[in-house]
Design a protein around this ligand. Structure first.
Ligand SMILES: NC(=O)c1ccc[n+]([C@@H]2O[C@H](COP(=O)([O-])OP(=O)(O)OC[C@H]3O[C@@H](n4cnc5c(N)ncnc54)[C@H](O)[C@@H]3O)[C@@H](O)[C@H]2O)c1
Length: 354
């Protein structure tokens, strides 16, 4: 029998209910060993529904459990760094929801703790487990040659809740849930960047590598936030990102990559449809294109299985590491600074919090 990683999920909120509990119970190499939430009503309801072996109201108690191998941090962004550091100090591996943090100094401190702990730390950039994106990355690495230019866009839709409500389980809320002192949605410019911008930045980096500088413009008009960002990659690739929340049309996410020996175009769906991106890969040498089916589009379960495989088989992480999480925070800070100050901003000059 395959060994299974004993996973504890911190937080019984929407992302745990819609993604992580099911991922743990369906994973081939992990199981839902424990859940934890200070909100007793929510925790008890989730324990009945998902049947973990243990249910904790206190995070320290869950971390003290010697049978627990790893924690999924599924809390508000502001709690990610302290909750991750606690888990690492308790000797647990960590899969932390995105964004890894909201401030540069905090995430650099976390990086030091990851190194000291010797434990695995992965950021929940689950799009890296989209089979279409994975095949695009393989083509880029093995066949495409130099990436001359990349465009990527992530445009949330005004209809997104009609879409997600139709396919997600009914999300249970609790008045007792622990929330950060600053309401994450109080400042929408900040919230959209943290919630959505970090996915866009990570997808761009997944394909084209490190971003060195950005020049961003932000339009807030007719209830829409639209960032157009010129991007310099360390590789010399010319980049452009479009983050718009929310477009008056269907969910609109994708990318175009123009390379030396071919091109890749991709259309990505709202993740809750669990549908692999439609990625068309064109090879100049034979004039043919192909599109992987990617029948298994459960990005959250595939992410957990990848994380568990790295731990159980002692192989390198296949997902985003702490350095990728930090690069996302730097890029988001640089985009926000550039849009505010109207100038090009290097990622190595940013500091502070979003
Ligand atoms: N990857 C994705 O596609 C995706 C999608 C949605 C949300 N997210 C991320 O998931 C994270 C969580 O989002 P959410 O909407 O579920 O959050 P939430 O704040 O609604 O729920 C978090 C839950 O954790 C509990 N909690 C927090 N700290 C705790 C502690 N120390 N001890 C015990 N319980 C604690 C709270 O009581 C709450 O019930 C966010 O960072 C968000 O960005 C990711």
């Amino acid at each position: 029998m395959t060994a299974k990683l004993n996973v504890g999920v911190l937080g019984c909120g929407p992302i745990a209910q819609a993604g992580h509990f099911e991922s743990c119970t369906k994973a081939s190499n992990a199981r839902l060993y424990a859940i934890c939430d200070v909100a007793a009503d929510l925790r008890e309801r989730m324990a009945w529904t998902h049947a973990p072996e243990k249910s904790y109201g206190d995070y320290d108690e869950m971390l003290a459990d010697p049978k627990l191998d790893a924690v999924i941090i599924a809390t508000s962004d502001a709690f990610h760094v302290p909750a991750s550091i606690k888990a690492l100090k308790a000797g647990k591996h960590v899969l932390c929801e995105k964004p890894v943090g909201i401030g540069l100094e905090d995430v650099l401190e976390l990086e030091r703790e990851v190194a000291l702990s010797g434990k695995r730390f992965q950021v929940g950039h689950m799009k890296r487990y989209d089979i279409g994106l994975q095949e695009a990355k393989r083509f880029i690495a093995d066949e495409m040659g130099e990436i001359v230019a990349l465009k990527a866009w992530y445009c949330d839709s005004t209809h997104r809740y009609a879409m997600t409500d139709a396919v997600q389980p009914l999300i249970v809320k609790s008045a007792n849930a622990l929330k950060p002192s600053q309401d994450p949605k109080a400042d929408l410019t900040r919230y959209y960047m943290l919630a959505h911008g970090c996915h866009l930045v990570d997808t761009a980096r997944y394909f084209a590598g490190d971003i060195t500088a950005v020049n961003a413009r932000l339009s807030r008009n007719k209830g829409m936030h639209c960032w157009f960002v010129d991007v310099d990659f360390a590789s010399g690739t010319l980049g452009h990102l479009d983050l718009t929340v929310a477009v008056r049309m269907d969910w609109h996410e994708g990318f175009q990559i123009y390379g030396q020996n071919g091109s890749v175009t991709g259309k990505t769906f709202n993740p809750w449809y669990y549908k692999t991106s439609e990625v068309d890969i064109f090879r100049e040498r034979d004039g043919q294109s192909y599109r992987p089916l990617g029948a298994d589009g459960h990005f959250y379960r595939r992410q957990l299985e990848g994380f568990a495989r790295a731990i159980l088989d002692d192989v390198p992480l296949t997902g985003a590491g702490i350095e990728d999480g930090i690069a996302s925070v730097r890029a988001m800070l640089a985009i926000a600074t550039s849009a505010a100050e109207g100038r090009k901003v290097r990622l190595d000059e940013v500091s502070g919090r979003l």
